[in-house]
Design a protein around this ligand. Structure first.
Ligand SMILES: [Zn+2]
Length: 238
C-alpha cells in the first residue's frame, strides 16, 4: 500500500503541475494582447504628431508660395505706377499697392507663427520618437520572452501529461477510481498528509487509533472521516 500511495502522490503532483501550467498558458494570450495594445498606443501618438507636423509643413509651403506670388504682383504694380497718366489712376494704384502690402504683412506674420509652431511640433515628434524607440526594444524583448515561456510551458505540459499517464499505468484500477472520485468531489487534492493527528486537507483531527494505524499499517487504505480524502502519514520530524 505504501508504494501505491507513493504513486498516487506522484500522480497528484504531476496533475497539479499540469493544472498550473494550463492556467498559466491561458493567461499568456491576454498578456500579449495587452502588451501590443500598450505599444500600439505609443505608435498612434507618434503617428498623430507626425501627421500634425506634415500638415504644418504643407501650410508653410502654401504661405511661402502665396507670399512670393503677392510680392511679384506688388513689384509689377510699382513698375506700372511709373507709366500712370492721370492723378486719379495714380491714387487708385497707390491704394492697390497699400492693400497688397497689408496682405503680405499678414502673410508674413502667419509664417512666423507657423515657424514657431513647427519648431514646437518638431521637438514633440523627436521626443515621442525617442520614447517609441526605447519602448520598442522593451516591447520586442517582452514579446520574445512570452513566446519563449509559451514554448517551455508546452514542453513542460507534455512532460507532466506523459508522467501522469505512466503513473496511471502503475496504479491499480480500483485505487485510481477512488482517487478520481475524491478528486472530482474535492475539486483538487485527493491525497493528503496527516501529521499529529490532523488531516492536511480539512485541518480536522482524525481518531488516534487511525493515526496509529497510519504510522504502522501498510495494508489498508485510510481516508479522512471528515473530508474523505486518502490519507498518508508524513513524518515531519525529518
Ligand atoms: Zn480531512
Amino acid at each position: 500500500m505504501r508504494e501505491q500511495l507513493a504513486l498516487l502522490i506522484e500522480l497528484q503532483k504531476a496533475e497539479s503541475a499540469a493544472g498550473r501550467i494550463q492556467a498559466r498558458k491561458k493567461e499568456l494570450p491576454g498578456q500579449l494582447e495587452a502588451l501590443e495594445k500598450e505599444f500600439g498606443a505609443v505608435c498612434a501618438v507618434v503617428d498623430s504628431a507626425r501627421e500634425q507636423l506634415e500638415g504644418l509643413r504643407k501650410r508653410r509651403r502654401e504661405k511661402d508660395t502665396q507670399l512670393q506670388t503677392a510680392q511679384e504682383t506688388l513689384k509689377r504694380t510699382r513698375e506700372r505706377l511709373l507709366d500712370v497718366k492721370t492723378n486719379k489712376e495714380y491714387q487708385s494704384m497707390l491704394k492697390e499697392i497699400e492693400t497688397i502690402e497689408a496682405k503680405n504683412s499678414r502673410t508674413e506674420d502667419e509664417i512666423i507663427s507657423l515657424l514657431d509652431e513647427l519648431d514646437q511640433v518638431e521637438r514633440t515628434v523627436k521626443a515621442k520618437e525617442q520614447e517609441l524607440n526605447a519602448g520598442r526594444k522593451g516591447f520586442e524583448e517582452e514579446k520574445a520572452r512570452l513566446a519563449q515561456e509559451l514554448d517551455s510551458l508546452t514542453e513542460e505540459l507534455a512532460v507532466s501529461v506523459r508522467m501522469s499517464d505512466d503513473l496511471r499505468g502503475k496504479i491499480p484500477a480500483e485505487l485510481l477510481k477512488k482517487y478520481e472520485q475524491i478528486k472530482t468531489i474535492r475539486r483538487g487534492l485527493a491525497v493528503v498528509s496527516v501529521w499529529k493527528e490532523v488531516c492536511d486537507g480539512c485541518h480536522m483531527s482524525i481518531p488516534p487509533q487511525m493515526y496509529n494505524d497510519l504510522q504502522k499499517s501498510t495494508k489498508i487504505l485510510n481516508t479522512c472521516p471528515n473530508c474523505n480524502r486518502i490519507l498518508y502519514w508524513e513524518n515531519r520530524n525529518g
